[in-house]
Every structure is written in C-alpha cells, then in structure tokens.
Design a protein around this ligand. Sequence first.
Ligand SMILES: *Cc1c(COP(=O)(O)O)cnc(C)c1O
Length: 397
Amino acid sequence: MPGFEKFGELEKAEVQSVLDTGVLMRYGFDGMRDGNWKARELEKSLAERMQVNHVHTVSSGTTALTVALLSAGIGAGDEVIMPTFTFVASFESILAIGAIPVLVDVDDTLTLNPQAVEKAITAKTKVVMPVHMCGSMADLKALKLICEKYSLLLLEDACQAIGGSYNGKPLGSIGDLGCFSFDYVKTITCGEGGAVITNNEAYYENAHKYSDHGHDHVGNDRGAEQHPFLGYNFRISELNAAVGCAQIKRLDEFVEIQKRNYTILRDTLELIPQVTFRRVPEGGIENYSFLNFFLPSEEITRKVHKALGENGIDTCFYWFDNNWHYYRKWEHLTNLKSLGKLPQEVKNGLPDYSKSDFSESDHWMGRTISSLIKLSWTEEEVRNRATKMVETMKATF
Ligand SMILES: *Cc1c(COP(=O)(O)O)cnc(C)c1O
C-alpha cells in the first residue's frame, strides 16, 4: 500500500519548486509564489480523478473527517454511526465536535452491516459513516437507501481505499461527503495530509472556511477577510501538498501494481480449501491495498498469524488483537479517558460499550487475516511469498 515505496524524481521536483519560492503556506503571498499553488493544484487533480465538484485538502485524514462532519452542521449530542472495525480516527473525529460515536457491527465485507445500521438509528442519529477498510468498500447501495429513508447523511471514510470504485464511481464520491488520508502509510501519501470531497457547494464553502480560522477567502488581503463563523487551523502546507501533487498522478499506476501482486497472492491462497475471502459488494472494485481472508476458527487464525510472523511473513495483520483498529482494545473510549472534561452530551449519550454485544463482528474479525500488498514487491518476490504462506498454513492446520 504505501506510496512512499515509490518516491522518485517527480516528488523531488514538486517539493523543490516550493522551496525555490519559499512560500510554504497555501494562502496569500501571491507575488512571491511564482505561480505555485500546490494545495489548489492537488485539489484540482483530486476533483478530476474522483469526479466531484469540490475538494478541500487539510492537514490529515482525521481532520478531514472532523471538517466533513462540521461542514454539514453536525455537532454536540448528534449521533454518528460507525463500524467496530476501523481506525481510532473515526471516533476521535466524532468526539472532537462533541458528537456521539455509535458503534455498529461489521459483516463479511469487514465494513458496516446495513441491517445493524438500521437497528441502531435513533431520533438523534444524523450520519452514517462507513469505513472502506483495507481496500474494499461497504454495501453503499443498501446504506444509501437507509440514509434516504431516515434523512441521514452518508459520509464515506475512503482513507484506506483510494482508487477503488463502486458501480463505476470512485470510492469517496458516492456519499454526501467523502474523506481521504495521505498519511505516511497510505496508498498515496504526502507525509501528512487529507481531503474532503463533495458535490455539495455549501459543505465545501463551510469546509475551506472552517479549516482556516473561519476566513471567508474573499479578495486577496488576508487581514481584511471576514469571519462568518468560528473556525480552527487544519491547513495543509504547500510542502506536503507538493508531494501529493506528484503522488496523485501515480495513483492509477500504484493501483495496477497492487492488483498484480494481490492477484498472484490470491490465486495461490485460493488453492487452500480452508481459506475463504472477504466479500466485496456487487459492483465494487477494490484498490487491492490488502488481501483479506478468513480461516475456519479463531484458534487456527491466531496460530497461522503467529506462524506466518515466525516464518518471516511480517506483512500480515490480525486486527482482532490490534490496539488501534478494533473495538475490543478501545478501553480509552469505553472508559471515556480524556485529558479534560468532556461535553455533557457525550457523557450522557455514549452507549455503555462494556455491555455491548458485537458477537457478529467478533465472528468475522476473529477469523480474519489481512496481508498488506506492497508496491515494491517484484513478481518473483510475491510468488515466493505466496508459496511460503501456503506452506506455513498447511503445516499449521
Ligand atoms: C489513516 C486513516 C484515518 C486517519 O488519517 P490520518 O491522516 O492518519 O489522520 C482515518 N480513517 C482511516 C480508515 C484510516 O486508515
């Protein structure tokens, strides 16, 4: 997955052109910048590639989620439905605005189970936030129908699935809002960065203003600009955006390499009768950043994961035991361990997760192994790796 494996001349040239002018900020300094507007350029490229009207880049994927929620007017006490399997950023972005993360089961897509989503809806629910984990997507058709039925927003977290698609549309562009991360380990990276995409002009207007202290960005005198509402600083720097400008040009090339490596691995593992694969919703095409598969039981999966590691296959994840990606280890959320006092809305509204039943999620995640797909692997390396994985598994069963 990580785009840093392929840093080259293009990335260097983009960064150098920013350093040459010395303007590292995305706003202002028009005279000095010699035509360099890297954040704007990245937004234009993303809008084209993702087939949306509006893109606003920010400092991270986490802040993209926060800005996306706020831009649609979500705030204190509003409930946001999110999956049990995701990165902690999902609930961090929700809590940051005083809203309430409502955890919901995942199914064999490893993303939100639409039936469980519908059951979790209350009078306070405002948003459904599917997270397209490990390269593949949620059942967006079913989720869209639910959102229409209950007048909810659909916010796609496509941070781990950039370049994938659903019924011919880029992931991230299907909901009311979509978010990407360009952190250091993502398919395309700019060190730290993120983006909010939408076809809704009002959300976009809110997003760029909020992420820059409320600046309305009218005219070319920053000091004289108006502040129609309260904001914050979630700006991306021109240096980071410059790397992004190079990487977005290479997204399709990266996805092709991932597809080749994924396919070799999958074709080999398919020969093992005990291995089954994660379900990809009909009409979906993965970005191939991970190969995700199920084994027959939690016990076997733990054993296989350990054996793979011992045999030098260090790119396989067992999320079930992971501190950052699965609800079982989120005791800081369950116990609301925060540095300062949390809003009363959150204290009153957060479900008691120590009593929740997520046995459906456990059923799938306890048996899931995800192999990272690297860009730097040669075909021969992938074949050797696949053979080694099969041998290891057979010896463990
Ligand atoms: C990486 C990631 C984020 C957060 O992105 P950062 O840029 O690291 O803040 C959010 N959601 C998912 C699913 C991610 O993988």
